[in-house]
Ligand binder design. Sequence first.
Ligand code: FES
Length: 148
Amino acid sequence: MNVTTEKILLEFDPETKNLLPVLKKISARFGHVAKEDAQKIADYFSLPLSEVFETASFYDLVKTQKDPPLVIQVCSGANCAIKSANRVIREIENQLHIKAGDMFNPKVKLEIISCLGQCGSGPVVVVNGNVFARVAPNDVDDILRNYV
Ligand code: FES
């Protein structure tokens, strides 16, 4: 069966408490909440579009833009930061000629994220869902070679 935004909306009553579950479900199903879907959600919940975007952009689990083919996440939680996660971030930026947090690169996104719960293995880097532990700046080249 073809799942559409309208079908997902009909699974929920149009009560404000259901806004986040709807956003999460649409984001998970389609990879992000597109602007036209955000408008359908706003209409369904009788909310301003700005409120839908505000809610969507507040939660990491809801994406408002489709991810590029390469997504790199580096933990900058306290334990990883102590173990020089910032040097790993700089090395990735230098090798790929990108800046962390740049949302407009169509090929790669470098996200700085909070604790992944693997503090004993820091610095932790996640590339397209694959987790790399105890990453040092001189490991970055080997890790990225498999993805670029
Ligand atoms: S601080 Fe990085 S995994 Fe916990």
